[in-house]
Write a protein that binds this ligand. Structure first.
Ligand code: ATP
Ligand code: MG
Ligand code: FE
Length: 334
């Protein structure tokens, strides 16, 4: 089965082709228009998707050495994400399906982050996924394909959001996660003990207090600017340690609770080198199989949408043409 995957939930316009032989192409057009605003501007994101979606899809077909008439179904991100951005991808996918008379598959973006692990690996069920992205931080028990139980999630900011908001306080460009990661490799993670919230709760997270504590920590210095200039890498390393230690502690709790022998990381923050190292250490300690997507499949991409669509198509999980986008996971279940 040849699946065309389309992703447009936030600020990446992406398209990929996945067949019975695996991933054939993976094209991403990242929007740069948002950099000057320090965050994604929804209206501009929709317009940029609208402008680039056709060329992105064409390029993914070309790179896969295929054409639309050989595509059996179109998998498209249904949500969660920005409504205007989702609508562009969804309407475009519907147009393609109508014109070729092929079925559409609405893909849950958070499921797709998890199934990105299957592009290059074969995690055994059941497993626990630590899904850490710009908008979500979740521990998910995956019993079998598309049988998920949410063990816990963040009560406020997501892990990626924490990286990005703290980066803003530190004067770094958006999104700050990758730069904090790079800088933390050159800094001292023990430089300062930033607070780790909700350690008495097994599976839930809270990251909003961390950014406030970084702000107060800097404000208390006699010359915050000079201090920051001297210790930026150390602060980045200490922040990364605070975030990743909590994530790994809760992942360990989930392993103990469920008794799984396999764990996966998913989402943009799973690109973080400190998190990857700590997950590897946890897997060694507890003798677990660990899967982490290749960096290119951690942040938003269409390869994960296409492979999830392929898995859904094999199970006959096609959608109706009346498929509607949903902005948040809460709307997906109601
Ligand atoms: P969601 O998937 O929840 O809808 P999203 O799609 O915006 O949100 P992703 O694309 O999965 O999120 O991830 C983006 C996030 O990952 C950003 O917050 C970014 O800062 C963070 N990120 C990317 N690389 C790294 C890294 N190396 N270290 C830490 N954070 C990172
Ligand atoms: Mg993005
Ligand atoms: Fe995402």
């Amino acid at each position: 089965m040849n699946i065309l995957g389309i992703e447009s939930s936030c600020d990446e316009t992406a398209s990929a082709v996945y067949t019975d032989k695996g991933l054939q192409s993976n094209v991403i057009a990242s929007q740069t228009v948002h950099e000057q605003y320090g965050g994604v501007v929804p209206e501009l994101a929709s317009r940029a998707h609208h402008k680039t979606i056709w060329s992105t899809v064409q390029q993914s077909l070309e790179e896969a050495g295929t054409s639309l008439d050989k595509i059996d179904a179109v998998a498209v991100t249904q949500g969660p994400g920005l409504m205007g951005s989702l609508l562009v991808g969804l309407c475009f996918a519907k147009g393609l399906c109508l014109s070729r008379d092929i079925p559409i598959i609405g893909v849950n973006h958070m499921d797709a982050h998890i199934y990105a692990n299957f592009i290059e690996g074969q995690p055994e069920y059941p497993f626990v996924s630590l899904t850490v992205s710009g908008g979500h931080t979740q521990l998910v028990y995956v019993e079998s394909p598309f049988e998920h139980t949410l063990l816990g999630q963040t009560r406020d900011d997501a892990a990626g959001e924490a990286f990005d908001k703290i980066g803003k306080i530190l004067g770094l460009p958006y999104p700050a996660g990758p730069e904090i990661d790079e800088r933390s490799k050159k800094g001292d993670p023990q430089f300062h003990d930033f607070p780790q919230a909700m350690l008495d709760n097994d599976f839930e997270f809270s990251f909003s207090g961390l950014k406030t504590s970084v702000m107060y920590y800097l404000e208390d210095k006699e010359d915050p600017e000079a201090f920051l200039a001297e210790h930026l890498n150390d602060i980045c390393a200490s922040v990364a340690r605070a975030i990743t230690e909590v994530l790994i502690k809760k992942l360990r709790n989930a392993v103990v609770h469920t008794g799984v022998q396999t764990i996966t990381l998913a989402g943009g923050v799973s690109a973080n080198s400190m998190l990857r190292q700590k997950a590897k250490a946890l897997a060694r300690q507890k003798d677990l199989q660990l899967f982490i997507p290749h960096i290119a499949y951690c942040t938003d991409n269409a390869a994960m949408i296409a492979i999830t669509g392929h898995m859904m198509a094999r199970r006959g999980l096609f959608s109706d043409m009346n498929l509607k986008p949903f902005a948040s996971l809460k709307q997906a279940v109601s």
